[in-house]
Design a protein around this ligand. Structure first.
Ligand SMILES: *Cc1c(COP(=O)(O)O)cnc(C)c1O
Length: 374
């Protein structure tokens, strides 16, 4: 035991194109800042998503933060966000001293609960809502856009986990005023660290380019009227991103197969359930996630994690909801009725190794270990 090479949840997966582009950038001496690979990476992402414009940034968090700034979120505003997400989605609300209000998720799809969202919009009159495409599953954007437009709420799509997922045949990232992607090391493609802000509104993306370069005015000297940031992506990292993007369709295909293998092997077990696949979404299956009903299985989610860890395999609980985080303990939280779905999913939910470079032998080993526990 412990001799096997560690299997990670979602490690980087470099193929060959990354190195070619990276060396090209390196040999051109165009390491930073910005440069031709950044421009091309932005164009290639825009084309892939089928959106007007994109701005490459240092992280998905930076992209979310700029979305707040571009939409003019301030300390007077309330911003809604699903509770079940990574902290980055919510932290940017605090960056601008606005007030977050958390909304519960749907027990089938794990994305925002539409009844709770509608109630929260009526009650709080928020300025914006940050929708999250959780683990690659898109939200129901026809209904959400309707609700947001009627109530004058700005929509931001946090598609950090949803690159390549589709809602009714259109790529995720397309559904808010602004969309956000992450190229962090654990995401479906990575630049080691990076992000992208996308929009059909060119002015928004122009503003993002301005804010992300310290809001430098177009003068020969350094002139600043507005608060800015150093959030741009370097030419080297954009080169890696371009190589990764070439392999994205293969990566998605591989993750979908991984999901299917887990589903075929584990769904017959009484007490194990998979996140339901919404009929309007074609997921990239960034991570395969299950829930374990201990009352039926006599085995807890944590016992599965411990047993996999003994074999040097990484698995994790689903995101700890924001309304249970000490940082956000004073924030309001809106559920659809009595049930606290985010909290339940955190208690029972498990993310399984899903990297596109996970071999089928390794996946079968994971499956065998889990089956042996039942
Ligand atoms: C990864 C992630 C982010 C943040 O992206 P970084 O590039 O790590 O800053 C934001 N939201 C969600 C839902 C994420 O999973």
């Amino acid at each position: 035991m412990g001799k096997n090479k560690r299997i990670y949840l979602s490690p980087p997966h470099m193929v060959a194109d990354e190195k070619k582009f990276l060396l090209n950038a390196f040999h051109s001496n165009w390491i930073a800042p910005l440069g031709p690979h950044v421009d091309k990476f932005e164009n290639e992402i825009s084309n892939y998503i089928n959106i007007v414009d994109a701005c490459a940034l240092s992280s998905g968090s930076a992209a979310l933060h700029l979305a707040m700034r571009i939409l003019g979120i301030s300390s007077k505003d309330i911003v809604l966000c699903p509770s079940l997400t990574f902290a980055a989605s919510a932290n940017v609300i605090l960056y601008e001293n606005a007030t977050p209000v958390f909304v519960d998720v749907d027990p089938r799809y794990w994305t925002v609960d539409l009844n709770a969202l509608e109630y929260a919009i009526k009650k709080y009159k928020p300025k914006a809502f940050i929708a999250v495409d959780l683990y690659g599953q898109s939200c129901d954007y026809d209904l959400i856009n309707d609700l947001c437009e009627k109530n004058n709420v700005k929509l931001i799509e946090d598609a950090a986990e949803g690159l390549g997922s589709e809602y009714k045949g259109e790529k995720c990232g397309n559904f808010g005023s602004l969309g956000v992607f992450s190229f962090n090391g654990n995401k479906i493609i990575t630049t080691s660290g990076g992000g992208m802000l996308v929009s059909n509104n060119e002015d928004y993306i122009e503003k993002a380019r301005f804010l992300s370069t310290q809001s430098r005015e177009p003068e020969i000297h350094y002139e600043h009227k507005e608060l800015g940031y150093n959030y741009r992506m370097s030419n080297l990292l954009a080169a890696i991103g371009r190589g990764q993007l070439k392999n994205l369709e293969d990566f998605i295909e591989k993750r979908r197969k991984i999901y299917k293998n887990y589903f075929d092997a584990l769904s017959p077990i009484e007490g194990i359930d998979f996140m339901s696949q919404a009929e309007y979404c074609k997921s990239n299956h960034w991570l395969t996630t299950i829930t374990v009903d201990q009352k039926i299985t006599n085995l807890s989610r944590s016992q599965i994690i411990d047993n996999l860890e003994k074999e040097n395999i990484e698995s994790r609980p689903v995101w700890k909801p924001m309304h249970l985080q000490p940082l956000y303990k004073n924030c309001d939280y809106i559920k659809n009725g009595e049930r606290d779905v985010s909290a339940e999913l955190f208690m029972n939910g498990l993310c399984l190794p899903s990297g596109s470079n996970l071999s089928y032998q390794d996946q079968n080993r994971i499956i065998d270990i889990i089956l042996s526990l039942f």
